[in-house]
Design a protein around this ligand. Structure first.
Ligand SMILES: [Zn+2]
Length: 182
């Protein structure tokens, strides 16, 4: 690979047992980090959760997942969550709090860090699947769920179900004032 800063050739080196690339000319080191992502557990007025079926051409195709996606640069995670739910499910939500944070290391080499948000949706059911989602529906947390694409989603839903069934609610981290400009 070539350096994006100066165009010179890069070399591999091992740093703390991790293989990294460094520019031979300007010494710039390329660190590989997990991608920041968001996912949203959306609950309707019957206490059902929202899942989407993934497009056949997407990774983990034709299995179901929580609405989720990558954060854009200069986008807050709250804005990213609202955008992803709108793009994938066609509805407007207002995230209420953080209910989980998970790390994913997929077999295809992609790593992500996912902030999981809770949102309520009390309007009429007018889901419009879009983006890489071909079908969207509400599911009873105590009923049978469709095949899930991500182990993390199974964990998130299980933790939510346990908390609701035991306490009637789930603890959240408040989102008030969570974005900064300095
Ligand atoms: Zn360079």
């Amino acid at each position: 690979m070539f350096c994006v800063k100066c165009g010179s050739e890069c070399e591999q080196f091992v740093d703390d047992n991790i293989v990294r690339y460094r520019c031979r000319s300007c010494n710039y080191v390329y660190y590989k980090n997990p991608y920041p992502c968001v996912s949203v557990l959306v609950i309707n007025n019957q206490g059902k959760i929202l899942l989407g079926k993934r497009h056949k051409d997407s990774i983990f195709s034709e299995k179901w997942c929580l609405p989720c996606g990558y954060m854009e640069y200069e986008e807050t995670y709250i804005a990213a969550a609202k955008r992803e739910v709108k793009e994938e499910m066609g509805i407007n939500i207002e995230p209420r709090g953080i209910i989980n944070v998970v790390s994913n290391n997929f077999e295809n080499g992609v790593s992500s860090l996912v902030i999981v948000l809770l949102a309520y949706y009390e309007e009429q059911n007018n889901l419009v699947p879009g983006d890489d989602i071909t079908e969207a529906d509400w599911f009873d947390i105590n009923g049978s769920l469709p095949p899930l694409a991500f182990s993390a989603d199974n964990f998130i839903i299980t933790k939510y179900r346990e908390s609701i069934n035991k306490f009637g609610e789930i603890t959240t981290i408040t989102l008030e004032g969570n974005s900064f400009t300095s």
